[in-house]
Design a protein around this ligand. Sequence first.
Ligand code: TYD
Ligand code: MG
Length: 455
Amino acid sequence: MAKAKTIFLCSNCGSDFPKWMGKCPVCGEWGSINEEVIHRDTTSKQLHPQFSAEKSKALLLSEVESTQEARIGTGGPELDRVLGGGLVQGSMVLLGGEPGIGKSTLVLQTAIKMTHKRILYVSGEESLQQIKMRAERIKGENPQAYFLAETSLENIFEQIIQIKPELLIIDSIQTLSTEVADSSPGSVTQVRECATALLKVAKTLGMPIILIGHINKEGSLAGPKVLEHIVDTVLLFEGDTHHFYRILRSVKNRFGSIAEIGMYEMRSDGLREVTNPSELLLSQHQDGLSGVAIAAAIEGIRPFLIETQALVSTAAYGTPQRSTTGFDLRRLNMLLAVLEKRAGFKIAQKDVFLNIAGGIRVNDPAIDLSVIAAILSSNLNLSIGNKICLAGEVGLAGEIRPVNRLEQRIMEAQKLGFEQIIVPDFAESGTDLRRFKIRIDKVRKVEESFRLLFG
Ligand code: TYD
Ligand code: MG
């Protein structure tokens, strides 16, 4: 009979301790430590000895073969790019996102597109009928993709041995449970034990694994932080479920840059890759509206133009409302304070609403200038010409700070037929802005840009 062991686990960071404590000494969280029971004797290792890794031996770097990790293409250029050039053998990727954002759709599409590989898609959330229905919407077929509706890790291992997949997809890690732990699926122990056992399988068989993980209300991955430490790559799928655009971001990647993003559009027949991100803006832009300004933004290494929309109105109640979609609320408050203090605009008693087109979140600070331009445009009820765009970070003193990759932004604006771009007055060494045909106005202070825009 298996011997049970009691451990005390922190539900915040996943650290374990031999005794209960009020405060986790690792992450500092109070009241997060709970008792859990683990049967160490029936670990997956003993169940399936073929998954136990060989004993490793220390080597000199000169003895290590310097082969480039072989990348496995996922059939989708956007996903490949975010992964850093495709999946790495034996690596584990965690794909997180809010419910309904399209995680299952993305991995199912990947499974269907990778016709050159044998794939095992395990769903603990949906029945095989539901998966089939979804696959029919997406269209396309992979004769080597196997589907399994299962939540027991031991049974999944059984199937891995039989099918010998070249890619394993698990939807989702929170639904799995192993006999090793007593607690219910989704608990810290289960998530941790399952992920660790899966990692061992991935490394032993050289098979990549994509795990889907849920996100909690605070926007972090549900389950212990330890999950993020176990996996090699953490991808977040974000967007507004009421809009069609989705962004795939990498927040951790042992095999690539985390600056890359992928863009998708959710359609009735699945996710479509957005290869020209500026279409987010161009399909929606109308002329002559006040409160609209266009930013020349960069996410990852890709420049694109995006519309920022603001609505400023007199506060109906005592406390003015501030609300944003796709933009940090604290940053908006900071920009409003700059406008008030440095540029003398009275907006403290006004409601301010701010939207980024397409419902996507843009992290690039260079959209600041367009945000404040949109706010002023709405406040003054004066529109900004639709052939003008802006790029610049705004500092606390009302100064326009330099932005990275300025030339790329200008190039994108010119390519899309813009006639004027307002940029910070800082010459990066080696840049020659004279080669552009578009009119480039350099500004040092927010007031200068307002003079250019509104006279
Ligand atoms: P889903 O992949 O189930 O999201 P998650 O796994 O992240 O919870 O997708 C959820 C939404 O996507 C669902 O509300 C329906 C929509 N959808 C489409 O619009 N088109 C499609 O082709 C598919 C498959 C889903
Ligand atoms: Mg799902």
